[in-house]
Write a protein that binds this ligand. Sequence first.
Ligand code: G3P
Ligand code: CA
Length: 275
Amino acid sequence: MTHARRHRIQVVAHRGASEEAPEHTLAAYKKAIEDGADALECDVRLTADGHLVCVHDRRVNRTSNGRGAVSALELAELAALDFGSRRTRELWRTRDEEPDWEFRPEDREDTSVLTLERLLELVADAGRRVELAIETKHPTRWAGQVEERLLVLLKRFGLDAPASAAESPVRVMSFSARSLHRVRAASPTLPTVYLLQFVSPRLRDGRLPAGVRIAGPSIRIVRNHPAYIERLKAAGHQVHVWTVNEPQDVDLCVDLGIDAIITNRPRAVLRQLGR
Ligand code: G3P
Ligand code: CA
């Protein structure tokens, strides 16, 4: 079935504009907003002293100049690390030309660990509607503390109890159905996204965990199981796909009527979509 360009696909910057700037840094999110992304994706983890920070891996080794698990480090220790300059050097080295935007690694805030609170401030000050897709990482380890902290923070920004899911600029994503259940129990109108890495036999018919209205399959699922995507749509679910970086995959998502594309290259995808 072809849904060709009948609806506006939301373009979500995965870890910020992470092809252009170090992932999960303020620089990457500023760039995504500047590029016109409709929404920002971020992963959140709890520090040893209970702060939610935007870090993908369990450990900081890959993305910073430090070592150790986020859960074993306090925010002050994370704040002493550099999450930007190594990756920036890599990005610049692999390019034929200089990036056409200004990134100043000497601006410490742009390259230090990003708290979810700071990201919420950035979004609040964006001057236009920018949505936020927040993924809880390994929440089972913390027995509800990730979701609890998340909701406290969202409440501070008036985002914890939207009038309806459709109006909410924030949604919570997870591979853990239990994590999503906790969020829904505390805030029934906050939209939740069930992330899928493979088609679970239990959910093959297009069902999602109770109360979840958005499916988040990988692009590999979309490529290999388009009929499954049709089933999700037929069941009335929205479908948000990650991580869509190749032009032919963008076309496939358009054809299948996907609702949101999560990409490392928001600017390129927006261009391809004629926006
Ligand atoms: O947006 C969902 C996607 O980010 C899940 O995979 O590993 O990039 O967090 P990962
Ligand atoms: Ca993620």
